[in-house]
Design a protein around this ligand. Structure first.
Ligand SMILES: NC(=O)C1=CN([C@@H]2O[C@H](COP(=O)(O)OP(=O)(O)OC[C@H]3O[C@@H](n4cnc5c(N)ncnc54)[C@H](OP(=O)(O)O)[C@@H]3O)[C@@H](O)[C@H]2O)[C@@H](O)CC1
Ligand SMILES: Nc1ncnc2c1ncn2[C@@H]1O[C@H](COP(=O)(O)OP(=O)(O)O)[C@@H](O)[C@H]1O
Ligand SMILES: [K+]
Length: 495
């Protein structure tokens, strides 16, 4: 259920189902039924007004209107375009509606609920003219809006509005979610999302392929580190986190604390001598090692007990800082490169990618959009965030975590997950450092890189939800405890 389908793949799934013998009108009846049920739940009484468009999305609206009327609800319906221009299943669905069909316009009746069945995945250009006036009127109306499949005007693949767009309280979509339901601003515009099954068999996915998954625990829960009674701290991995200079140490400590909380057996902060005292004053369970330059870091990481290292948070730019990252790239540990450790390679990204290609252990890169554009200036111009992440993972050979409200995680082999559990109060200084630490903690426990990165992003969002508004980055690591408790039971088993 967590696969994601683009508009084109969704059409292919519809078509394959119809070719397999299930008439399209049956799918449309099932879709309309799901919309009608959602409408009843949203507005238990009062008028439901259904706005139908000229394609099959409008067809779903005709079905929902009929079923609501049959259930005794007052229903009115308006159609954008001429009734005799309706084709195929939409024409069939309209023929089964026996109530009046009003011409659609911006004058809306006072309704308890508006159903937006104007445009679905067939939208292929910006909404203009009369349709745009209707969209504006719907958004200005006091009634809540239930969108059919996608809020009209939203591009189902990118999550971007093509122009004027409906702001929905809720959306019912069919068979599988579309990328635009999870990518911002689509995720905000669609309101709550219900996934309805309409008679398309899961088996069609083998034929259509998928565009990725929603990032949910089912994707990676089986890869979580398994704790047995025989565990000792060295079986749980040792993570090194590289500290910045004396005036910029907080970010690395945030990452180190998060790595420990994510389950690493030991975490050592590798600190320049000049920053040792300030770091020491703030650390307890996290250990401290003096590290003055790339030679020291290479020597530290040559110890095979170091299973992962995190570089970037508060690290700084310039040749010395970059030499540290080069030393880490040459070491055997798995790596998380974040923030400055990415920007250090802005002048020569290929050098980073060839170092990644040459090392046996995995690397996760965790850029936000700005850092991404420095490493992948050409890819930053691609229209889809999913496409940007996928192409960057392929080029770099690393697992790519393209952060934001809608973080996308991509592997070089094409696997991809879109994260949708992060609340906006995560947008606060230092929260990215915590994410890098969680990822390092999971990688250090031997979790495969895509799974570790996806799990880290999900846990980060879940921890932020535990904390709630008012969150500061320091709150996140403690909040991992209740999150981990939902994933791992008291016997150390994955739940
Ligand atoms: N049997 C099935 O396949 C099932 C499909 N299902 C449902 O069908 C939906 C997809 O239906 P769809 O493909 O007919 O496209 P849809 O979203 O209704 O819009 C296309 C229409 O709008 C027009 N148009 C486009 N852009 C426009 C614009 N900016 N401004 C103005 N007009 C514009 C375009 O006409 P054009 O002018 O381009 O000729 C065309 O008439 C899907 O989201 C789901 O809800 C479910 O019932 C399950 C079974
Ligand atoms: N609006 C938002 N909603 C949810 N998560 C967000 C939002 N904005 C940022 N985040 C998350 O917060 C973190 C910010 O990281 P980053 O940009 O590196 O900031 P910093 O360097 O201050 O830690 C990322 O994990 C990102 O996914
Ligand atoms: K719609």
């Amino acid at each position: 259920m967590h696969e994601i389908l683009s508009a084109a793949r969704m059409r292919a799934a519809d078509q394959a189902t119809i070719a397999g013998g299930i008439p399209g009108i049956e799918l449309m009846e099932a879709a309309g039924r799901a919309v009608a049920e959602a409408a009843k739940a949203m507005a238990p009484d009062g008028l439901v007004h259904v706005l139908c468009g000229p394609g099959n999305n409008g067809g779903d609206g005709f079905v929902a209107a009929r079923l609501l009327a049959e259930a005794g609800r007052p229903v009115s319906l308006s159609l954008l375009g001429a009734r005799d221009r309706l084709r195929g299943d939409a024409a069939l669905a309209a023929a089964r509606w026996t109530g009046p069909v009003h011409p659609a316009g911006p004058d809306l009746p006072a309704a308890a609920l508006l159903i937006d069945a104007l445009f679905g995945v067939g939208l292929d250009r910006p909404i203009e003219g009369l349709a745009a006036e209707i969209v504006a009127a719907v958004n200005a109306a006091p009634a809540p809006v239930l969108a059919v499949d996608v809020p009209s005007g939203l591009d189902a693949d990118s999550g971007q509005p093509t122009g004027p767009v409906i702001e929905a309280e809720a959306t019912v979509t069919f068979f599988r979610k579309k990328p635009g339901h999870l990518l911002e601003p689509g995720r905000s515009l669609r309101g709550t999302l219900e996934l309805a099954q309409i008679g398309i068999a899961d088996a069609v996915l083998a034929e259509t392929g998928i565009d990725g998954h929603e990032n949910v625990p089912a994707l990676w829960a089986r890869a979580l580190p398994r704790l047995t009674g025989a565990a000792h701290k060295y079986t749980r991995g040792h993570v090194a986190v590289v500290s910045g200079p004396a005036t910029r140490t907080g970010a690395a400590r945030l990452a180190a604390g998060a790595a420990l909380r994510a389950g690493a057996g030991l975490v050592t902060l590798a600190s320049p001598g000049s920053a040792l005292l300030v770091n020491a004053a703030h650390l307890t369970a996290v250990m401290l090692a003096r590290m003055d330059g790339p030679g020291d870091l290479s020597a530290l990481l040559a110890d095979p007990r170091y299973t992962a290292a995190v570089l970037g948070p508060g690290m700084g730019l310039g040749p010395e800082a970059r030499a540290l990252t080069e030393a880490a790239l040459a070491a055997p540990a798995a790596l998380v490169l974040d923030a400055d450790a990415l920007t250090q390679f802005a002048d020569d990204p290929d050098r980073l990618f060839s170092a990644i290609a040459a090392r046996p252990a995995p690397v996760a890169l965790t850029p936000h959009a700005g850092e991404f554009a420095r490493l992948f200036p050409d890819l930053a111009k691609l229209p889809l965030k999913t496409g940007r992440a996928r192409a960057a993972a392929e080029r770099s050979g690393a697992v790519l975590v393209l952060k934001g409200a809608d973080t996308v995680i991509a592997a070089p082999d094409g696997r991809l997950a879109i994260n949708a559990n992060a609340p906006p109060w995560l947008a606060t200084a230092g929260s990215g450092d915590v994410l890098a630490g969680i990822a390092g903690g999971l990688l250090g426990q031997g979790m495969p890189a895509l799974e570790a990165a996806a799990a880290a992003v999900w846990m980060h969002g879940a921890a932020a939800n535990e904390v709630g508004p008012g969150l500061i980055a320091e709150d996140l690591a403690p909040a991992l405890r209740p999150v981990l408790a939902t994933l791992i039971d008291r016997n150390g088993r994955r739940t």
